[in-house]
Ligand binder design. Structure first.
Ligand code: ADP
Length: 530
């Protein structure tokens, strides 16, 4: 048994670990985690086994005598063991920072310098060695918790864990080049999980494939969705996600009923393995998040999996996510936009115009501001950035309440639902004209044979201003597309300054580590297809 004192009445269920283990307590033998790292080898960890592992790890962590609130780096992919460790850190009153085992050493050291963790944890087969000497280290795995370098003298724990304490910190790339640490409290993440479950996404029978690496909050969304529903998490190892055959094998062998990931995970299977994809007869839903799903690819996915429910989930790490909507299946031929729905119960999305006024009319763009109990606490050690993002509630600035200023533009539909319109920072000026890159991309993907597109305003040499450039990926097996025809197609619907001056055909759009289109790489000049 863990040495953690029982939570006082009234707070039980509000801590991350309480929430994640609550549903499975009634079904101890049900599968909590289903793994299939190698062909033919599927490992199932029941809720009872996951709970026992978490108990053992909690005991191990508590003997280290770390202060409540101390930060621990959890360098791991998602596995039953790393999930148990995540639960244990939460129970031991520690704040975990998920980190990829692929993180370059220099970046990890910079993160350590910023977050000042008390402990580094990695799996027993982890390969990290070049850590600062002063940092305590331990490994976890089938043999339990092995402390390699113990923290200094254990001290009595002075603080009682509180649900407003940070449960985790996710370091995102940050536009400044300096990683931004998004601090999320137990209360906020549990509030999000409850709001998400109210949307009715999963049942206890579901096996939810999580294709996002542990260091991105999308994986925590999947974990909360699965365990919170008494369902199973199916972690897809990050190395396998990019390879369509491997990805589809894992989905088939684990009997995944739901696959959650960024839209780009589908691009290669759609291109290279449509038959195997269509044969996934247990798959009944797909949830995507993180960026817009190019409509041609989405339509193709629906053709191959006509019975699958497709859910568009919108939001940012700063609130984990916030809204959901079902994509009509099939998507009507005249649909040009996907609704991102409305905020989950208990939260509200508002649109605010550039003068700070609330936008109420349908069709008028504004920046999404999120009123929610699931907001992050702030950026780690960066009060200025926090103040720019957590701003006074525009509905009642006097109240002292803050809301999340998302940097995302949207319009409302006639039914009150929201439609994403791009980032405020993807708005560019071409020869003094305001251009929304998402608008250009949408037009490009309406052309037959275009699978995906990204637009960028690239600086011209010698002060020549910005040149609107489009990067386009074609649908496999379709006749070649003439870029002049594609340009003319854009010109029929867009004002002249929004028509790409240059269209480059690419085999693939480069992606960031979390699978979104890597706009910075495109801006630096992605190589044209051979
Ligand atoms: P996440 O990990 O949830 O994608 P990030 O913080 O990495 O969160 O990115 C958040 C941004 O991604 C949002 O502010 C928005 O610009 C974009 N985004 C997220 N979901 C969607 C979606 N369903 N449709 C369009 N854009 C989205």
């Amino acid at each position: 048994m863990s040495q953690q004192p029982p939570a006082p009445a009234g707070t039980a269920g509000e801590f991350l670990h309480d929430f994640l283990l609550a549903a499975g307590r009634h079904t101890p033998d049900a599968p909590a985690v289903i793994e299939s790292a190698r062909p033919g080898l599927t490992t199932v960890t029941s809720y009872a086994q996951l709970g026992a592992l978490a108990d053992a790890y909690t005991d191990g962590l508590l003997t280290l005598g770390l202060e409540t609130g101390a930060r621990v780096i959890l360098e791991a992919d998602t596995t039953a063991h790393s999930l148990a460790m995540l639960l244990a850190a939460s129970r031991a009153g520690l704040t975990f920072i998920p980190v990829s085992p692929k993180t370059p050493g220099q970046r990890l050291r910079s993160l350590i310098g910023t977050a000042r963790p008390a402990l580094h944890l990695q799996a027993s087969d982890g390969e990290r060695t070049d850590l600062p000497r002063a940092l305590a280290t331990a490994r976890f795995g089938p043999g339990g918790l092995t402390v390699e370098h113990a923290p200094e003298q254990p001290r009595p724990r002075r603080r009682v864990p509180c649900v407003t304490d940070p449960a985790y910190i996710i370091f995102t790339s940050g536009t400044t080049g300096r990683p931004k640490g998004v601090v999320m409290s137990h209360r906020a993440v549990v509030a999000f999980y409850r709001g998400m479950l109210a949307y009715g996404i999963a049942t206890p029978e579901d096996r939810i494939a999580s294709t996002s690496p542990l260091q991105f909050d999308f994986s925590l969304l999947n974990i909360g969705l699965a365990l919170g529903s008494g369902a199973s998490v199916v972690p897809v190892p990050p190395d396998l996600v990019r390879w369509p055959r491997h990805l589809l094998r894992v989905l088939r062998e684990t009997g995944a009923t739901q696959v959650n990931g960024v839209p780009s995970i589908w691009r290669q299977p759609l291109r290279h393995e449509p038959g195997r994809l269509a044969a996934l007869d247990r798959l009944r839903s797909i949830l995507f998040c993180g960026e817009e799903f190019p409509l041609p690819e989405l339509r193709r996915l629906q053709e191959l999996l006509p019975k699958a429910r497709v859910i568009n989930c919108y939001g940012a790490t700063e609130s984990m996510a916030c809204s959901f909507d079902d994509v009509p299946n099939p998507l009507p031929a005249d649909a040009h936009r996907l609704s991102i729905g409305v905020a989950h119960p208990g939260a509200e999305m508002l649109l605010v115009d550039e003068h700070g006024e609330i936008v109420a009319e349908p069709g008028v763009p504004g920046e999404i501001h999120l009123r929610s109990p699931a907001l992050f606490s702030g950026y780690w050690d960066d009060p200025q950035a926090t103040r720019r993002t957590l701003v006074p509630d525009p509905l009642c600035p006097q109240s002292g309440q803050v809301v999340l200023r998302t940097g995302d533009l949207a319009v409302r539909g006639a039914g009150g639902e929201f439609y994403f319109r791009g980032r405020t920072d993807s708005q560019v000026q071409i020869n003094g004209n305001r251009v929304e890159l998402a608008e250009v991309e949408r037009r490009l993907t309406q052309y037959p044979g275009v699978a995906a597109a990204s637009a960028a305003a690239l600086p011209q040499p010698e002060g020549g201003g910005l040149r609107l450039t489009a990067f386009v990926v074609l649908t496999a097996g379709r006749p070649a597309v003439d870029t002049a025809d594609l340009g003319a197609f854009c010109a029929r619907a867009l004002p002249p300054y929004m028509v790409p001056q240059e269209i480059r055909l690419l085999d693939v759009l480069p992606t960031t580590p979390n699978g979104k289109v890597d706009r910075a790489a495109l801006a630096q000049g992605a190589r044209p297809a051979a």
